[in-house]
Design a protein around this ligand. Structure first.
Ligand code: SAM
Length: 267
């Protein structure tokens, strides 16, 4: 899969994409990441990428010409990934659709993903209207630029590319994982996900400063471990993200456990 990142700060990406899984995926040729300096697509002496907004108001706006020309130089046209296309042009924007695990799963099916990073007050609206096929927000807050968001999307999508994790099972049992990536993760699955938050993980030592690992995990009883993990995942999801429960397939045992939690919590 090829990622192309358009930015006025290409040096920003020296580092965040050079570690761990993303680095190994690049080295293994599973992903390729091109970082493109929008100033290289300007024509004036000052390499101007921004200008004042029409109609007045605060701040500066990224001009459309360098962005259109950069995307055109890549030979990519905006397509709708949801319609089964293999290329997509995404504008990072706090006004966009929220980037969630299921969007990452959709994007991981692409051959090419172009990520446009805005700055200042934002990007000339014609980029969103006529060039990008999608606007994505990484969360309900305003950042200074799209670069952190682009790095987050590259990381989350790369993890889902077959071969990137080494152990594919770990992607299937992570928090939020549903759909194809969670195949087999029904209510009876050993792993916690299927749309729930992940269960707690422990490693050695079993006793760290008197803080001990739950006994069930060292019992060797796989059925008990499965039940414990499922309950922990349910409890954490009820506590931190009850909204996720609407989309999860729950067994009768799950429902009984949640009802019990609600009684204990006085809900
Ligand atoms: N004026 C814009 C607004 O209020 O919606 C905010 C512009 S922001 C300061 C500058 C750029 O940062 C945006 O064009 C976008 O590319 C990026 N950005 C900021 N917050 C973001 C978020 N939550 N998700 C994705 N991109 C974001």
């Amino acid at each position: 899969m090829k990622f192309d990142i358009l930015t006025i700060f290409p040096d920003f990406f020296r580092g965040p994409l050079d570690y761990g899984i993303v680095r190994r995926a690049r080295e293994a040729g599973l992903v390729e990441i091109g970082v493109h300096d929008l100033r290289a697509f300007t024509r004036d002496r000052h390499r101007t990428v921004d200008d004042r907004p029409f109609g007045g108001g605060e701040g500066m706006v990224l001009k459309p010409e360098p962005i259109f020309e950069c995307v055109e130089s890549l030979g990519v046209t905006a397509r709708d990934v949801r319609a089964g296309e293999r290329e997509s042009v995404v504008l990072l924007s706090p006004q966009g659709e929220l980037f969630k695990q299921e969007v990452a799963e959709e994007l991981a099916r692409l051959e090419r993903l172009v990520l446009i990073c805005g700055r200042y007050e934002g990007v000339d609206e014609r980029v969103s209207a006529f060039l990008a096929d999608r606007e994505l927000s990484i969360g309900e807050y305003v950042l200074s630029g799209g670069e952190l968001g682009a790095a987050i999307i590259v990381d989350a999508v790369t993890r889902l590319i077959p071969g990137a994790l080494g152990n594919e099972a770990s992607a299937q049992q992570e928090s939020f994982t549903r759909g194809a990536a969670a195949a087999g993760n029904g209510p009876n699955s050993t792993c916690a996900s299927g749309g729930l938050l992940d269960y707690p993980h422990y490693t050695r030592p079993a006793d760290f400063r008197g803080m001990t690992v739950p006994e069930v995990l060292v019992s060797g009883n796989h059925e008990e471990i499965r039940r414990w993990r499922r309950r922990e995942a349910l409890e954490k999801t009820v506590r931190n993200r009850p909204d996720l429960l609407d989309r999860v397939t729950l067994s009768a045992e799950d429902k009984e456990f949640i009802a019990q939690l609600e009684v204990e919590g006085g809900h």
